[in-house]
Design a protein around this ligand. Sequence first.
Ligand code: ATP
Ligand code: MG
Ligand code: MG
Ligand code: MG
Length: 576
Amino acid sequence: MKASQFFISTLKEAPADAEVVSHKLMMRAGLIKKLGAGIYTYMPMGLRVIRKVEAIVREEMDRAGAVECTMPVVQPAELWEETGRFDKMGPELLRIQDRHGRDFIVQPTSEEVVTDIARQELRSYKQLPKNLYQIQTKFRDERRPRFGLMRGREFTMKDAYSFDRDQAGAKASYQAMAQAYRRIFDRFGLKYRAVAADSGAIGGDLSEEFQVIAATGEDAIVYCPTSDYAANLEKAEALAPAGPRPAASQPRTLTPTPGKATCADVAELLGVPLPTTVKSLVLATDALNEAGEPQGAQVWLLLLRGDHDMNEIKVSKVPGLDQGFRFATVAEIEEHFGAKPGYLGPLDLKKPVRIVADREVAVMADWICGANQEDHHITGVNWGRDLPEAHVVADLRNVVAGDRSPDGQGELAIERGIEVGHVFYLGTKYSKAMDATFLNEDGKPAHFEMGCYGIGVTRLPAAAIEQNHDERGIIWPDAIAPFTVVLCPIGMDRSAEVKAAAENLHDELLAAGVDVLLDDRGERPGAMFADWELIGVPHRVVLSERGLKEDQVEYQHRRDTSATKVAVADIVSHLK
Ligand code: ATP
Ligand code: MG
Ligand code: MG
Ligand code: MG
């Protein structure tokens, strides 16, 4: 591929709505383009990455015996009424009507359609087991689409569905998929963990999420470093004794910038990254005792949710932090605290500073208090007195780092992850709801035993970037890089020798099966290198007149700090 023919559009600055590094870099590198909230065009450079993700997923699904098909994006509501999900799914399900006023949905997942296929096509136990998959557009009207492709509304998912004659078969199909998932995520070259997830009423332990480890991940995962135990936080909490408890953390002492308060100041004080992960913050009016615990019974939580408007604030009065929430009006809050929420003080309470970038901060009197719903901490900061100190007041979780692991094999640790895959044993939930049966060996109809298995195809590149980047841009793992090698000729427009060498090398590498791009745009070296460092192509070869005189080119991996000279004759084998 030649850069002059390809579509390259890099940006110096990321748009203001890009909060996490993957979103910023995907926009700056021109991989995606926003059309609406949670709706993106996959630009040519981004599509190459997605196609590589798809190819690996497809290869491993085929290897595991799954069969590809494509189910419609637009599906008649009647099928979804059979399972009750047309109503039950709530606002995440996009419902549309055709010209005759008939209801349809845009698929968020496809259990109904695939079960309908099975009940028509799979008549005998002799046709089982079967596993059908697709790599197809999904739409979920997410409450808070954000982070670019990470939580889009329109996105691409690989979804597979297994059909078995009995539970033992379904469990084997489930294990085969879990195994294929490990192979897939190994091939992407990412750090990930398979964690137990909630499987609802059915399914016992047969639900696992594949979580790519990243500080910006929306999920908390609990694991034991000295054993195999790993679960998502919800699953771990379901097993643990209930109720919040005082936190063990030490108070932190921090220095805010006097006179102005930025989101970054507050983030530093609260010890949480703002605004990326904070969904809610609290206001506590009462003092803390010396141990940093709430004193008395007067702790008010003011939860400002990510999508709140200022008239809908969730407030709770939590004596001892053990009671439920209730809603309060802004007027109530104003009356109780004698001040307006949503303003940052008391650096200068007479002139409150509105937090423009994020509304999720409240400060009253001398207290800034924050709760991070995702880290499940309540932090109180006494910012009005002379010593700004942040205290972790209480832990709202009933699982915290340092707890003994359920398998008794050590202490629990907690980290954040991005859910990139999910395998799930369904049992007969859908086959019973839709009366999908086959004829068993004894000639009697039996309901299919099912499993479903998803991979976030377009979420994955975002997760990969969260794990692989530096201040200059993306660093793609080879497996999913838009191009594996970029050739950067210096002075190609004035040197016939450089031009010929670059074109030769390009053709040779292509013939050797290397995914190579030749930058023939005639950019200055600085701009050219900056582009490819931003885009994150892992291998770069620089050709110059001087180097070629000595029959050499310069090779540099995106992670290397300097280039190595390689003989022209050796470079193809070096890159293969
Ligand atoms: P999440 O907890 O992040 O909302 P989910 O549990 O609702 O995801 P599943 O129904 O398990 O998602 O779908 C399978 C996979 O599809 C997920 O593991 C994830 O990788 C991907 N996925 C789900 N929702 C989105 C989204 N809004 N944008 C991009 N990928 C998504
Ligand atoms: Mg979801
Ligand atoms: Mg999930
Ligand atoms: Mg899931």
